[in-house]
Design a binder for this molecule. Structure first.
Ligand SMILES: [Ca+2]
Length: 341
């Protein structure tokens, strides 16, 4: 594949992989049986990965004791995994700035305000490097390297916090999951087809908002408004996110529809809960509140919040995010709007 001949696949094999990928994409929606569908999806994802890696000429091999598949650039393993081996061939210079990159990535995050468990986006840090960090030698990426960078940066932040008069306080880690909980957590996250965005939208299942224009008061770049109406509910990353609240998200159904049900999937986990209300409008000017969840304290779950109300004809649906119990960000995985008879 490349000039050094490092990859022993030729272009006809890459083409063959491309053809297989296309075939699987066509075959998948036609199969209803979910174990079969899951197996097929995994195979499909693996073929895509192999193809990508062949094109890139980097990954030499990937072996694991479990089923493994790649999605969105990440490698996933089924819960029975006990061993995984991945080999690759480093490109020249690839390790040059690992340490610096890790530190800068931490420093481009929000600074944590150690107050009420929240952080303040107004204090977002600017990435920087200290003199000794700039001089750090090239070093292969490893868990140890990441650990040292974490200790360095969080040690620095802690010293800064203490110098500012801050007092240490204890933080409880979340409880460790049992094997059974890990299994059910996995099943919950991946119960939907692995290609999470449905290839065929069924209004009875996915609602009538999928793919419609979505706007919001603001959005973090990796989490645009349209992710809240892409049909996918099973994956936290397929969400609209912004910071801080209050914030709104608006879906334009593009024509009037009689609506009697809106199913909102917020982010979930860690006991978090969100407060919001839902409004609908025929003209994008006058709004009518159909759901009030402004006093909610029930933790969010992967099942979302299914709201039913007296059917009303409207073209626009707006979610006003008012509060999130863990931090100032708000996160909507999906808004499913259902037509009424
Ligand atoms: Ca989504």
């Amino acid at each position: 594949m490349n000039s050094k001949g490092e990859n022993n696949m030729d272009s006809s094999q890459v083409d063959r992989m491309a053809e297989l990928t296309q075939r699987f994409a066509k075959l998948e929606p036609a199969i209803d049986d979910s174990p079969q569908k899951e197996a097929l999806s995994i195979l499909h994802a693996m073929i895509q990965q192999v193809r990508r890696e062949m094109l890139r000429g980097s990954l030499n091999s990937n072996e694991s004791s479990s089923r493994a598949f790649e999605k969105d650039g990440l490698l996933f393993f089924t819960p029975d995994v006990t061993k995984a081996t991945t080999k690759w061939r480093p490109r020249p210079g690839v390790h040059d700035n690992n340490y610096q990159d890790i530190l800068q990535s931490y420093r481009s995050e929000y600074d944590f305000v150690v107050k009420e468990g929240n952080y303040d986006p107004a204090l977002a840090g600017k990435p920087f490097l200290l003199a000794d960090e700039r001089d750090h030698d090239a070093e292969p990426l490893s868990f140890d390297l990441v650990r040292r960078a974490v200790l360095k940066e969080y040690g620095r932040r802690f010293a800064e916090y203490r110098e500012g008069g801050g007092e240490p306080y204890s933080v409880q880690p979340p409880p460790l999951l049992t094997a059974g909980e890990r299994r059910s957590d996995f099943a919950r996250q991946f119960a939907e087809p692995l290609l999470l965005v449905p290839q065929r939208v069924d209004p009875a299942v996915h609602g009538i908002a999928v793919g419609k224009p979505v706007t919001a008061s603001a959005a973090l770049a990796p989490y645009p408004p349209r992710f809240a109406a892409d049909g996918a509910t099973g994956q936290l990353r397929a969400s609209w996110q912004t910071d801080p609240y209050p914030a709104w998200l608006k879906i334009d159904l593009e024509k009037p529809a009689k609506i009697g049900r809106i199913h909102v999937y917020t982010y979930w986990g860690g006991g978090r809960y969100y407060r919001y209300n839902l409004e609908v409008s025929a003209n994008d000017k006058e709004w009518r509140r159909v759901v009030d969840r402004s006093k909610n304290t029930t933790p969010a779950s992967p099942n979302g919040d299914d709201h039913r109300f007296e059917p009303i004809t409207a073209r626009f649906v707006r979610v006003n995010m008012l509060y999130h119990s863990l931090n100032r960000g708000v996160h909507i995985v999906e808004v499913r709007v259902f037509g009424a008879e």
